[in-house]
Design a protein around this ligand. Structure first.
Ligand code: G3H
Ligand code: 13P
Ligand code: ZN
Length: 346
């Protein structure tokens, strides 16, 4: 089965009322772990590469690894997505290499830091929609800015800043003006393992990040057919951070997005859920444990295999929690050429 346009995976998720995990990858082990979990749970899935990933591994290596996953698991609907594309040129490069979906993150300028004006965001997103749809490729855009900075990406917005959250009325205009397929919303999440700065004043305990779920509810009310995307959706499970800290790591004060909040989003139109950090945590903990317990080991396979197994468990848990499990065989996947015809009719 060829790679599937992401739009079909999201349309089917909307019909079935579930969400689909979009997992960031940088290497073969993560891709294999995702596919093993998808196979076991019979889940459609989205594999995505950030610009950081492309810098680390090069686009062509990741493209070929994901292509291999697709050939090895022909029964799994799989979309290959560019995460946080920063320019039409990067998106074009991905499209030409065979990515079936691209994100044009026009919320920030090409430096990945400075917020764009609304007009700039509309113009650059529309440009990519015109380009991508001519190939049958799906486009995700973003309105509003995520909190924090992760690996140089992000506007560095404070967790309690509400000025950069997605405005539902503007979202309606943005979707109409750009013709995008999926809308990434800013509701107070941020990338990475430290998503909350809030502390209970009495106990000093960390509190969950205050997410503006009402914005998702409102956008869904205004546009029931709009597929929303939640970035920064790792849950940062305590047991994974504990393993890291137990074996020499130092990660105090981490906090993620509770699964129940993501599930509430899914009930209100969230179809794509971006998860990267949780897999990083699982793999790092597993590697630390092996090297700590068996310091004589030096074959990378001795720590890459446990790392892959730990990532697999995260992906599997998320596939079940998001509801995509069991839906791999619900529909007959279409091709980019089929999708091109659909866009041609609009
Ligand atoms: O875009 C967010 C992801 O967590 C990617 O991070 O740029 O370090 O690969 P990265
Ligand atoms: P996390 O850092 O929460 O995993 O978010 C990943 C993400 O949004 C990738 O685009
Ligand atoms: Zn993101």
């Amino acid at each position: 089965m060829p790679l599937v346009p992401m739009r079909q995976i999201l349309d089917e998720a909307a019909k079935g009322g579930y969400g689909v995990g979009a997992f960031n990858v940088n290497n073969m082990e993560q891709i294999q772990a995702i596919m093993e979990a998808a196979r076991e749970t019979q889940s459609p899935v989205i594999i995505q590469a950030s610009r950081g990933a492309l810098k680390y591994s090069k686009m062509i290596y990741l493209r070929n690894l994901i292509q291999a996953a697709c050939e090895e698991c022909p029964e799994i609907p799989l979309a290959m997505h560019l995460d946080h594309g920063n320019s039409p040129e990067t998106c074009k490069q991905a499209i030409e290499l065979g990515f079936t979906s691209v994100m044009m993150d026009g919320s920030l300028g090409t430096d990945g830091k400075t917020p764009n004006s609304y007009e700039q965001n509309v113009a650059v997103t529309r440009e990519v929609v015109e380009l991508a749809h001519a190939y049958g490729v799906t486009v995700e855009g973003e309105l509003g800015c995520l909190g924090g900075i992760e690996d140089g990406h992000g506007a560095g917005i404070a967790a309690d800043d509400t000025d950069h959250l997605t405005d539902p009325a503007q979202a309606e205009d943005f979707v109409a003006q750009t013709g995008l397929d999926a809308l990434a919303v800013a509701i107070g999440t941020s990338h990475g393992a430290y998503k909350s700065m809030r502390k209970d004043p009495k106990t000093g305990q960390m509190l969950p990040p205050a997410l503006a779920m009402d914005r998702i509810h409102e956008i869904h009310k205004r546009m029931p057919n709009c597929h929303m995307v939640m970035h920064g959706s790792s849950s940062v499970p305590k047991h994974l951070v504990d393993i890291i800290n137990q074996y020499g790591g130092k990660m105090p004060g981490t906090y993620g997005i509770p699964i129940e909040q993501i599930q509430d989003g899914i009930k209100h139109g969230v179809r794509k859920i971006n998860v990267d950090t949780d897999s990083r945590l699982a793999m790092t903990g597993a590697v630390r444990k092996v090297l700590f317990e068996t310091p004589e080991k030096f074959d990378p396979r001795d720590w890459l295999k446990p790392a892959r197994d730990a990532a697999y468990q995260v992906y599997k848990d998320r596939m079940i929690a998001f509801g995509q499990a069991g839906h791999a065989k619900d529909y007959k996947p279409i091709t980019l050429d089929d999708m091109k015809k659909v866009y041609g009719k609009k």
